[in-house]
Every structure is written in structure tokens, then in C-alpha cells.
Design a binder for this molecule. Structure first.
Ligand SMILES: [Fe+2]
Length: 326
């Protein structure tokens, strides 16, 4: 079974640390002074990362040029950006499924990641030049809180490791100005390899993320970068942004997404603990990678409904932009 995914797992090093007892928790951040904004997670967004959405926007960082496309999803992201600004975050924390780690959870602690991110299946759509700042204090605090919770965690410190397109895509779509620091978390890929690996570990990673945010006194916005239904075409039209070719893969995939989104719109989020695994089973949903479960667990499964800002398909996969405010 997925010993590298579940809570009891660990390297001999982390196992020895646990055997030696739980390290003392560092002091929490001081309470805000009157007039100061409260720290913590101020909002969470389901923020999918199809490279097509970045391609369609023609930002200067992306080499390929387009004539547009997928407008409804991009309008949803425009609304996300307006709301994100209103929350006045200090930092964006993103969990994305294409920084794949097979052992544990990694956190990017490189102060200034820069390079070119390329989508391996669609290099003609996404060759993106990135250059952003990491909130290293918060990134290290997430590593520490993950270890304290018994997770296998690791700090990525090698400068020059290429940042995956899902992380870059979600961050660009949420904040194309790149004027906020970032913390980027990897996705442990064991649920794709072991039939009995569950999303339970994402619950632990979510709680560890929240503790680190509160301890460091940050106002954080979380981005869970997952698409919904995930069956897709294996050919694309002559013009990639030809919207006459864009539609759901089949009725069952669309209906599965609508059922999940209805549950999201009704709330509370605790209903999603059952609804997400059911949706994964029905639609091969990308939420299998755990980003949505991490997001909601970090927010403490708030007793609110989600606000669906947009839904649309990209090469037949279902994608929704959703906001939760705790
Ligand atoms: Fe993806």
C-alpha cells in the first residue's frame, strides 16, 4: 500500500524524529493591533490550469500567440482577480497536480524561481517565462508543520528546477501581475498508482498548511489547481481555439460535474467529503490529485456554500472557477 502517502509513513530520518517526540510548537504570531487586518486564510479558490486559458490571453510571458477562446472561463478568472484583490492577501499558496512527487509532499523554498515552463503535451500553446518571489518563511513553516503532523515533507532548495505548468498556469490566471509572493506545494501522486490510497493525507496537509499560515501571521489566499471531469480528446482542431470543437466529452461527464457543482453551490463544504470521491469515481476527475481536498481541509471545511464563478470545457475536460470565503 501507499506507505509513502499515508500518515504513518516516513523516511528513517523522519521516523526517528517522530520517535524522539513531537517538537515543541513555535510561538504563534502576535494578535493583530486595532485596525490591523486579521491573519489567516482569507479565501480559497478552485483554480484550474488548462494551458489553453493562458494561451488564449496572449500574455507577454507566453511565447505562442492566439486569437482568443474559452472566454467564459477567462471571464470567471477576471472576477476571481477582482475578488482576490479585495481580500488583500500577503501571499498565494498553491497546490497543483503536475509537480508530481512520489515520496511525500515537497514545498518550493527557492526565493526567486525563474525559467521557462512548458506544457509537455501542448508545447505549441504554453512556453511561459516565469520569474516570481517565494514567501520562504511561510514555505519553511509549512514543511515544519507537515513534519510535526507526521507527514513526509521536503523543502525544495535547488535553484533552477523547472516549475510545472499547472503551478504557473493557476498563478498566472489568478494574479497575472505576479506582485504577490507565492508558496507552491507538490502533489503526491500515489493515489494514481495505488487503488487503496485515499485523500485522507490531504486533510493532514491542509491542517498543517493552516497552522503554518496562522503561526507566521500571514493573510493567505489558497489556490487548489484542479480540473473536474478529466476525459479529453486526443486530437485538436487546426486552430486550437476553434470553439466549434469545444464541448463536454459526453453527457455523463457533464452531468457528474453539474452534480458536484450543485453540491458546492448549496453547501456546506462538509458534504464534499463524500461528494468529491464519488465525483472522482464517476468522471476520472483531476481532484484525485488532492488539491481541492487540501484547500477545503486547510479552511477547516467551512460551513458555507461555494460561489461558482464559471464553468467550461477545455479539450472536453470540465473546469470550474469557484470561491469559498470562510
Ligand atoms: Fe492538469
Amino acid at each position: 500500500m501507499a506507505r509513502v502517502f499515508q500518515v504513518p509513513a516516513g523516511s528513517s530520518r523522519s521516523g526517528a524524529r517522530r520517535a524522539a517526540g513531537t517538537p515543541a510548537a513555535p510561538a504563534p504570531a502576535p494578535a493583530p493591533r486595532p485596525g490591523e487586518q486579521k491573519a489567516g486564510i482569507v479565501a480559497g479558490y478552485l483554480a484550474p490550469h488548462p494551458p489553453h486559458l493562458v494561451y488564449a490571453e496572449n500574455p507577454p510571458q507566453n511565447e505562442p500567440r492566439s486569437t482568443g477562446g474559452w472566454e467564459v472561463l477567462r471571464w470567471g478568472y477576471e472576477e476571481l482577480r477582482r475578488r482576490l484583490r479585495a481580500h488583500r492577501p500577503d501571499v498565494l499558496v498553491v497546490h497543483a497536480p503536475h509537480w508530481i512527487t512520489m515520496v511525500g509532499h515537497h514545498v518550493n523554498c527557492v526565493p526567486n524561481p525563474r525559467g521557462i515552463s512548458v506544457e509537455p503535451i501542448f508545447p505549441h500553446l504554453f512556453r511561459y517565462h516565469y520569474d516570481f518571489r517565494t514567501d520562504v518563511d511561510l514555505a519553511e513553516a509549512i514543511v515544519e508543520e507537515g513534519e510535526r503532523a507526521g507527514l513526509v515533507t521536503s523543502a525544495l532548495r535547488e535553484d533552477g528546477v523547472r516549475v510545472d505548468y499547472a503551478t504557473i498556469g493557476a498563478l498566472h490566471l489568478a494574479n497575472p501581475d505576479w506582485d504577490l509572493p507565492v508558496v507552491s506545494l507538490s502533489a503526491n501522486n500515489n493515489p494514481y498508482y495505488y487503488s487503496d490510497a485515499s485523500l485522507a493525507e490531504m486533510e493532514t496537509l491542509g491542517v498543517a498548511t493552516r497552522r503554518a499560515i496562522e503561526r507566521t501571521g500571514r493573510r493567505a489566499v489558497l489556490l487548489g489547481s484542479n480540473s473536474l471531469s478529466h476525459l479529453h480528446w486526443d486530437t485538436e482542431p487546426e486552430l486550437p481555439e476553434d470553439m466549434s470543437a469545444e464541448r463536454p466529452f459526453n453527457h455523463a461527464q457533464y452531468a457528474g460535474d453539474m452534480e458536484l457543482l450543485q453540491t458546492i453551490r448549496e453547501g456546506p463544504t462538509s458534504r464534499l467529503k463524500d461528494a468529491v470521491p464519488k465525483h472522482i469515481e464517476a468522471t476520472a476527475s483531476e481532484t484525485k490529485a488532492g488539491s481541492l481536498t487540501w484547500l477545503l481541509a486547510a479552511m477547516g471545511w467551512p460551513d458555507v456554500a461555494g460561489d461558482v464563478l464559471a464553468y467550461g470545457t477545455v479539450i472536453a475536460t470540465g473546469n470550474a472557477v469557484v470561491e469559498w470565503v470562510p
